[in-house]
Unconditional design. Structure first.
Length: 336
């Protein structure tokens, strides 16, 4: 079977208990390599990876201290796969007492958001050192966490979100509002940013096949995520379950055409599956002035953030569709 590493799906760890349980240490830790991950400009495809860490604390007394070396050797340095562009980790369980140096993955920058006030939670974005962010935004409360970075040379936003199952709706709404602000800040009149959002949203009732949310009882968090997806013209790319029978770990993007495939794999690190997204581009060989390559009259050049949705809906509701149908090719009418 294909995957990050032939060994990866074959060595699952304990998966019992909730995501907030203390992880169990496997047999023996791997030794971290000092090799900087390869990232040749000639490679046309890269990986975007999402992993629920269930604690990646490197503290010597912590049972999870083996995980970062394992990630380095098993995922980052797997020569059988394309290089990793970005790795998002949820449930990092890190605290302010853990330095960035202790969380290092060779060849990557670590941008993290630790949970405030209580154990668990948190998220981190590991971005390849050749992709330099020009702006970052962090969100943290006693439940939700978010990391978002803007890479000006690519006009692209990468973000990681963690929402625990028991998060108050208002907290999640605040988190998504901050992410929306980031997107709005880096949207221009002639082009809006490319967006890649990955994370553990813990929304098992979301029907991704039909893109519907539960109506009874109404849930503000579900509705806010649906609204966020619609406003930013995002597509949810994970079509397999990632924990049990539910799709909890998501990839949201407005560049679905640049994603070749998305796969999930069991892992001994967590009770969630690892999500692997193969991208059909290498940002280090993209032309930096992306806007200049856009046809100003193309669909891609339209900035929908400036659209007046209410006025559009009003126009559509008052249109005489029967009269307009006469103008259509009769062969297409059965399809309308």
């Amino acid at each position: 079977s294909s995957g990050i590493n032939a060994e990866w799906p074959l060595r699952p760890g304990p998966t019992s208990g909730s995501s907030d349980d203390t992880p169990t240490e496997p047999n023996s830790p791997s030794t971290a390599s000092t090799t900087v991950p390869r990232f040749p400009c000639s490679v046309s495809r890269l990986l975007l990876i999402l992993l629920n860490g269930r604690s990646i604390s490197p503290a010597a007394s912590n049972e999870s201290r083996w995980k970062l070396p394992y990630i380095q050797s098993t995922i980052i340095e797997d020569d059988s796969q394309p290089p990793v562009l970005a790795l998002g980790i949820t449930e990092t369980w890190l605290t302010e007492s853990v330095s960035d140096a202790q969380c290092e993955l060779k060849g990557f920058q670590c941008i993290r958001s630790d949970r405030d006030g209580r154990k668990g939670g948190g998220c981190a974005l590991y971005l390849h050192h050749k992709v330099v962010p020009s702006h970052q935004k962090l969100f943290s409360d006693n439940s939700n966490n978010m990391v978002a970075v803007y890479v000006e040379s690519l006009h692209t936003i990468f973000a990681v979100v963690y929402r625990p199952p028991n998060s108050p709706d208002s907290n999640f709404v605040d988190c998504m509002d901050q992410l929306q602000e980031m997107i709005n800040t880096h949207s221009e009149d002639d082009r809006y940013s490319d967006v890649y959002i990955i994370g553990d949203f813990n929304m098992p009732l979301f029907n991704w096949e039909e893109s519907t949310v539960p109506i009874h009882p109404p849930n503000t968090a579900y509705q806010r995520l649906m609204e966020f997806i619609e406003v930013n013209f995002l597509t949810q790319m994970v079509n397999e379950s990632t924990r049990g029978h539910h799709t909890l770990d998501l990839i949201l993007t407005n560049k679905s055409q640049d994603i070749i495939e998305v796969k999930t794999h069991a892992t001994k690190i967590s009770d969630h599956k690892l999500v692997e997204c193969k991208l059909n581009f290498n940002p280090t060989i993209e032309t930096l002035n992306m806007t200049s390559r856009l046809d100003p009259h193309s669909f891609r050049a339209i900035n929908y953030h400036l659209a007046d949705s209410s006025a559009m809906n009003q126009d559509l509701s008052t249109a005489d569709w029967n009269s307009l149908q006469v103008l259509c090719d009769s062969a297409l009418i059965p399809l309308l």
